[in-house]
Design a protein around this ligand. Structure first.
Ligand code: UDP
Length: 240
């Protein structure tokens, strides 16, 4: 497998082509961003820590029957993934009320939800990722009803795998964001999980103390961001 030209430079990852048109290299940089790219920094060891956490979580999801784009780890900060055509919406699941949901409805952060709440957001930094529903997505042509149903079902399946995985490590999986698409090698086949699962895209609170172990440490200037990311890896058993 040969790494070729850079294709995209995202906020925390860079994607490279390979000699196989259906495979890409996902490179995890040390960059961190928040508030739609307004707050930026570089954090030592972030890239390799997230590459390893993502590989471990994607492996667990695949083993539980969730189709993912992850193929294998290549080196400390790079993984091989299937090339995907992504659906331009973000899928968020919430087990505990926090962040934008707490603000939107005037509910205190930390209220445990009687059942998981699923939300769609349009993926657009320029528009600050507005909340949207099935009708917006279908009528405006961002995805079909079948894709909407598959994304929702897969997201709930992910929740059924990851909530106990983190609970066993003494961590509450409060909320997280997933992105889906279709592998370019099977564009009309089932929806597949893409992007990443790392502490950049979820909220993780210590089950006993409520201490935050996720990107809110960066957003809210709580300090020692990567020390906490690495503790997550250690606690769930992801090799560093
Ligand atoms: N999230 C994300 N990328 C986004 C928006 C949200 O990874 O563009 C994650 C975020 O880290 C949190 C969950 O999705 O774990 C829910 O985020 P929320 O809607 O509460 O927005 P935030 O408070 O992060 O602005």
């Amino acid at each position: 497998m040969d790494k070729r030209q850079e294709l995209y430079h995202g906020k925390a990852k860079t994607v490279y082509a390979t000699d196989d048109p259906h495979r890409l290299v996902m490179h995890y940089r040390d960059d961190v961003s928040a508030f739609d790219g307004v707050k930026l920094a570089k954090l030592d060891l972030k890239g390799e820590t997230n590459n390893k956490i993502n590989a471990y979580v994607m492996g667990k999801l695949a083993a539980a029957g969730v189709p993912t784009h992850f193929v294998r780890v290549l080196n400390e900060r790079e993984s091989l993934v299937k090339a995907m055509k992504m659906i331009p919406v973000e899928c968020v699941v919430r087990n505990v009320c926090a962040g934008s949901m707490a603000k939107r409805y005037g509910i205190e952060e930390g209220r445990r939800l009687a059942e998981p709440i699923f939300e769609f957001f349009l993926k657009s930094d320029a528009l600050h990722d507005p909340l949207c529903n099935d009708d917006h997505i279908r009528v405006l042509g961002w995805a079909s009803q079948a894709e909407i149903d598959e994304m929702r079902a897969l997201t709930h399946k992910v929740n059924a795998v990851l909530t106990p995985l983190f609970a066993a490590a003494g961590i509450d999986l409060v909320d997280y964001k997933l992105e889906f698409g279709h592998p370019t090698e099977d564009p009309t086949g089932p929806v597949v999980l893409g992007d990443e699962f790392t502490p950049d895209g979820c909220r993780l609170w210590d089950a006993a103390t409520g201490e935050k172990f996720d990107k809110d440490r960066f957003r809210r200037d709580l300090g020692d961001v990567i020390g906490h990311y690495r503790q997550v890896a250690q606690r769930i058993g992801a090799p560093l």
